[in-house]
Design a protein around this ligand. Sequence first.
Ligand code: ATP
Length: 325
Amino acid sequence: MSTEKQLKIGVLTSSGDAPGMNAAIRAVARTGAYHNMKVYGIMRGYEGLLSAEIEELEPREVSNIIFRGGTLLLTARCEEMKTVEGQERAANVAKVLGLDALIVAGGDGSLRGAQALSKLGVNVIGIPATIDLDMACTEYTIGFDTAINTGMEAINRIRDTSTSHERCSVVEVMGRSAGHLALWCGITGGAEEVMIPEYKELNTERVVQQIIENRSKGKRHNLIVVAEGVGGSVALAQELQSVLGIQSRATVLGHLQRGGAPTALDRMHASVMGYMAVEAVVRGERNKAGIVKDGRHALMDLDEALACTKPYDHSLYEMIKVLAI
Ligand code: ATP
């Protein structure tokens, strides 16, 4: 009989749900089982850690979830976790549960919560999962591909009706502080203008001029994509209609863009990230984040990952102007 201590790990999903989180949970549970670990699912992100709301995750309990959006473990935003007292309480719960590692799947804020726990002696491994792709340490975050495909498909449908009525369509997509989703949806949906938070100065006048110019070149319908963080898509459509006399309609995709079955790319990244996180624990690594760098999966020191900054890449935005001709 083996005398090796059985390792215990916890996994939680935090912040906004992202398609692919379930594939990551499945990979953690199964890789853990492969290594004879006890794997606990922690419900509702840090809320569930604070209240020790946990369930043992046997391999069969994660059957039939790889293709589902959302997260089996549920998720929540937890203000208490931002306080020193909350962090100390959460670290204490992790210690009482005897967790050898806590795997956290979520966005930048969620990984900052994990970092706070690491300073209090909890071994944490972060998995970047957010539809917004707004984490400087990695080239990819789980959920992004599904969210752009959902946005693009919605735009395709809106385009059909917009073309038939020779309308101007304004489509508001998700992305509060980063414009990646809007840019990708705009480019893949064939938009002529994209309004993103990184370019706050972009004004309606410019959009009006763009539409006038494009109509004079024979365009019979128009498609403008607006990021949630810029907002005001209904007002923009009304203004375009009154200024240009062209029928204009706004569609806000909202949470429709968050759900849905994860794409193959998201399932793949999530599976690799979940597997890598547990393998890191087996090797005795501490306080890491899974990342994609130069197209390859890797682990980075968590502090280093959260200190990364990335200058905004203007090239895609510049390209839209060319492709809208
Ligand atoms: P998304 O991209 O979906 O917004 P996120 O992880 O950045 O993902 P946040 O709402 O910023 O989303 O953070 C999720 C949770 O992580 C918060 O509700 C809180 O519990 C915890 N958290 C966020 N920031 C911190 C911080 N600086 N310190 C400790 N915990 C934090």
